[in-house]
Ligand binder design. Structure first.
Ligand code: NDP
Length: 392
């Protein structure tokens, strides 16, 4: 029986993970669930799954959850980042789903890595921020890092087992990273300036949290994924080519030197990669309906347009700059996306704020996690300042 901790249990990935686990009570038990502030959703999950621990990052939410569970569940309630890290590293759990959104996920995900867990990585921002340091921590603890992002899980499935940490060898040539293109794929630059947060969050194929939905609409998500793929598979940026594939059925491909291209296909439903990670190397039912290729009929592919969607270019430049640049990019993006979702910033201003933040800051050596955390905070302050300036 695997004992599972879900970081970000109330979110889109968290709930999909619980849906898969609910189908396999003989295989998986929940050790701990965590969330930020949605205590009512968490109370419902605790009553159903009876975890040993529930953690709310927000202290007031933890107090409310404690009151809601009093006398109704054995679950112990913890609060704050220390509580998140404690359950992520607890010896009783062997599997940790890292599904907190954004940089807030780095400390508990790292705690799980350092404790040598099977870490199911959805929280791409953690890896983008800390790249080499994160992968070194995986190597030294012996943690089993399995990619959950659908594209990276597809690549993981298409690589030879001996090459899942380093694609260089055994005839692997490169990765074809697919992208849906988001809800504004065919919008003109002028139309992009007018789009609303609700439109940006209405992804044509995937149902996801708000932040990743906006990232998909700007193509920053593909930029973050390009960086994520470089670290996970030890790939160079020139070994990764983005293919816009609006149907989101091919989740990515691996090209070999003999001309073979292996692809992983499936309905756009995160329960497939989640089930793959939970049970790997076995296969289990995920609840995802079988693919009906006759109904789909055709697949389409196009090149990404970096003029209309500059975030993909900004991410590639940050990765090439190295050091703390990807952490700065990620922080600026999080602040700009939050401002857009809050109605303070236009959609087309998101890349401008990121670019201005990066230009105003010095890229340093990413020599420690302390440096990463400090530069992340500094970039958040700088991005907020750039937003204030843009508004006057
Ligand atoms: P959601 O916004 O739906 O959920 C985020 C989760 O993180 C919630 O449980 C939320 O708690 C919690 N959370 C938010 N802020 C904090 C914080 N400061 N401290 C602790 N917990 C926090 O996000 P998604 O599930 O869509 O995405 C999660 C991660 O997975 C992201 O990194 C995303 O890029 C990645 N991913 C998501 C995919 C998807 O299909 N959704 C696909 C591939 C990757 P609360 O509910 O209380 O706010």
């Amino acid at each position: 029986m695997r004992q599972v901790t879900i970081l970000g249990a109330t979110g889109s990935i968290g709930l999909s993970t619980l849906d898969v686990i609910r189908r396999h009570p003989d295989r998986f038990a929940i050790y701990a669930l965590t969330a930020n502030s949605r205590d009512e959703d968490m109370a419902r999950l605790c009553l159903e799954f009876r975890p040993r621990f529930a953690v709310m990052a927000d202290h007031d939410a933890a107090t409310r959850l404690q009151a809601a569970l009093a006398g109704r569940a054995e679950t112990r309630v913890l609060a704050g980042e220390d509580g998140l890290c404690e359950v992520a590293a607890a010896p009783e759990a062997d599997t940790v789903m890292a599904a907190i959104v954004g940089g807030a996920g780095l400390p508990p995900t790292l705690a799980a890595v350092r404790a040598g867990k099977r870490v199911l990585l959805a929280n791409k921002e953690a890896l983008v921020m800390s790249g080499r340091l994160f992968m070194d921590a995986v190597a030294s603890s012996g943690a089993e890092l399995l990619p959950i992002d659908s594209e990276h899980n597809a690549i993981f499935q298409c690589l030879p087992p001996s090459r899942v940490r380093n694609l260089n060898g055994d005839g692997v040539r490169r990765i074809l990273l697919t992208a849906s293109g988001g809800p504004f794929r065919t919008h003109s630059a002028a139309a992009l300036r007018e789009v609303s947060p609700a439109e940006a969050c209405a992804h044509p194929n995937w149902s996801m949290g708000q932040k990743i939905s906006v990232d998909s609409a700007t193509l920053m998500n593909k930029g973050l994924e390009m960086i994520e793929a470089c670290w996970l598979f030890n790939a160079r940026p020139d070994q990764i080519e983005v293919h816009v594939h609006p149907e989101s059925i091919i989740h990515s491909m691996v090209e070999y030197v003999d001309g073979s291209v292996l692809a992983q296909l499936g309905s756009p439903d995160m329960r497939t990669p989640i089930a793959n990670g939970l049970a790997w190397p076995e296969r289990i039912e995920s609840g995802v309906a079988p693919l009906d290729l006759f109904a789909l009929g055709r697949f389409h592919f196009e090149r990404p347009d970096l003029e209309r969607f500059p975030c993909l270019r900004l991410a590639a430049e940050a990765f090439r700059a190295g050091g703390t640049a990807p952490a700065l990019l990620n922080a600026a993006n999080e602040v700009a996306v939050a401002a857009f979702l809050g109605g303070k910033l236009g959609f087309s201003d998101i890349p401008l704020i990121i670019e201005r933040t990066l230009s105003a800051m010095t890229v340093r050596d990413a020599d420690s996690f302390d440096t990463i955390f400090a530069e992340d905070m500094a970039a958040r302050r700088m991005a907020a300042e750039q937003i204030e300036r843009a508004l006057v």
